[in-house]
Design a protein around this ligand. Structure first.
Ligand code: UD1
Length: 430
């Protein structure tokens, strides 16, 4: 069974991939990374126990646990069962800088701390370097709700003695800003309206858990959320929603290799746009209750545009681009969410891919045979995409800096091995 602990010295490991084997078999999804981390942060909103299930065995989870423990939350992470028990009896406001800087999701503690403690102090968060990733939308919203912001240079402090409802229209449907404002609003005085809110399935998961804790939220899944603040929230037991990005990654890996894979514990309704694009590319996708069967023999070019949900997810763009290197014709891929997300294209080109970049558009001509290479410095999704490229490349591909992949994919190597992939995790010097 998976362990939540990271292997000592894991940063020095690499993935060695040999291409040529179509993936076949069944893979069951873990809980969503981008939900689990926020559900953990939401435990700050109550003094009662919160029990979370289907917490994925990814490296960001123990970092989030460490961060919450540093805020005074009792955290018990069951390394075998994917369960996390948390109790924030009396949290304090100052988050430990070391853990904050290691994960982007640490910013998700801001809203709950402001809601519950009316004060938060934290360093600017870390995470993938895939763009500017500002937090001004989070801060503008909190300011509208009565918070004052003090800039300490390397840390920000937010004080909201009088936290009240407000009408907030986001410039952009930011996932993180929507979540933070939501988590502050559930305990604020009065009604908050968040317009142009993000609608990602992970935000819906968070909203539903908050409602189960006693929050009053209208418009879940819609672009306008209306939140009536309540005095207090109760404890809850909650199962994290399945990881749609992991689902999309395995679906694309199956199609790319000309394989036949069944994905279990999936919610096809969260994957509408990726499945439209896979079908348009000639992939057979069969939906059956909570499973998907993905099968392909030959791929056609297709255009993809990343947008906030329900648009095509930016977190599946690198994987889709790898798939399109093997499609017949010219595909166009437009990235609208993160400006630096094409940085992995250089590495893909080194494997032989024909990809031309023009601003935030990429033209991919295929099919082009890929050859093995050593790939380094990729973020979590580009890292997975690099491994996928290795699955169809001639010869051996080495993926370095795999701690990024460990941040977002539970048991990536054993699960691909179970599907027949020739991939292993080895010491860099092996
Ligand atoms: C979350 C996900 C990430 C996903 C992204 C978009 C987590 C931990 N991460 O990231 O996997 O790729 O949603 O689906 O859940 N922006 C600003 N100012 C702000 C807020 C955002 O400029 O105040 C910009 C960002 O720089 C980025 C874009 O808006 O270009 C999207 O950011 P956002 O939706 O907030 O993504 P994250 O919450 O960081």
């Amino acid at each position: 069974m998976a362990s939540h602990s990271t292997t000592p010295g894991a940063a020095a490991d690499v993935f060695r991939v040999r291409g040529g084997t179509p993936l076949r078999g069944t893979v069951s999804l873990a809980g969503a990374k981008n939900s689990a981390l926020k559900l953990m942060a939401a435990s700050l909103l109550t003094d009662e126990p919160v029990e979370l299930e289907q917490i994925p065995a990814i490296a960001d989870v123990p970092v989030m646990a460490e961060l919450l423990a540093g805020l005074g939350v009792e955290v018990a992470l069951d390394s075998d069962g994917g369960t996390c028990r948390l109790r924030a009896a009396d949290p304090h406001f100052h988050a430990p800088a070391a853990a904050v800087r290691r994960i982007r999701a640490s910013i998700s503690c801001l809203g709950p701390l402001v809601g519950r403690v009316r004060r938060a102090r934290l360093a600017l968060p870390g995470g993938d370097q895939i763009g500017a990733r500002g937090i001004e939308l989070h801060l503008q919203g909190l300011t509208a709700m009565g918070a004052s912001i003090i800039d300490h240079g390397d840390e920000l402090e937010i004080i909201a003695t009088d936290l009240h409802g407000a009408i907030i229209t986001l410039d952009f449907p930011s996932v993180g800003a929507t979540e933070n404002l939501l988590m502050a609003a559930v305990l604020a005085d009065g009604t908050t309206v968040i317009d142009n809110a993000a609608r990602e399935p992970e935000i819906q998961d968070l909203c539903r858990m908050l409602v189960a804790m006693g929050a009053n939220i209208q418009g879940i899944g819609a672009p306008t959320l209306e939140i009536e603040g309540v005095e207090r929230l109760t404890g809850v037991r909650w199962e994290t929603c399945p990881d749609r990005i992991e689902a999309g990654t395995y679906a694309m890996a199956a199609a790319l290799t000309g394989g036949d894979v069944v994905i279990e514990r999936v919610r096809a309704q969260d994957l509408t746009m990726p499945l439209i694009k896979l079908r348009a590319a000639g992939v057979m996708v069969e939906e059956g209750g909570s499973s998907l069967r993905v099968k392909a023999a030959g791929l056609d070019a297709v255009d993809v545009v990343t947008l906030p949900y329900p648009g095509f997810p930016t977190d599946l763009q690198p994987q889709m681009m790898v798939l399109l290197t093997q499609a017949v014709g010219t595909s166009r891929c437009t990235e609208n969410v993160f400006e630096s997300r094409f940085s992995f294209v250089d590495q893909l080109r080194r494997m032989g891919a024909d990809v031309q970049i023009d601003g935030h558009h990429a033209m991919i001509r295929g099919p082009v045979p890929l050859h093995g290479a050593t790939l380094a410095g990729l973020d979590v999704r580009a890292g997975a995409a690099g491994a996928m490229a290795g699955l169809v490349a001639d010869g051996e591909t080495i993926i370095e800096d795999i701690h990024h992949i460990d941040r977002g994919y539970a048991d990536f190597v054993p699960r691909l091995q179970a599907l027949g992939a020739d991939i292993e995790r080895v010491r860099a010097d092996a």
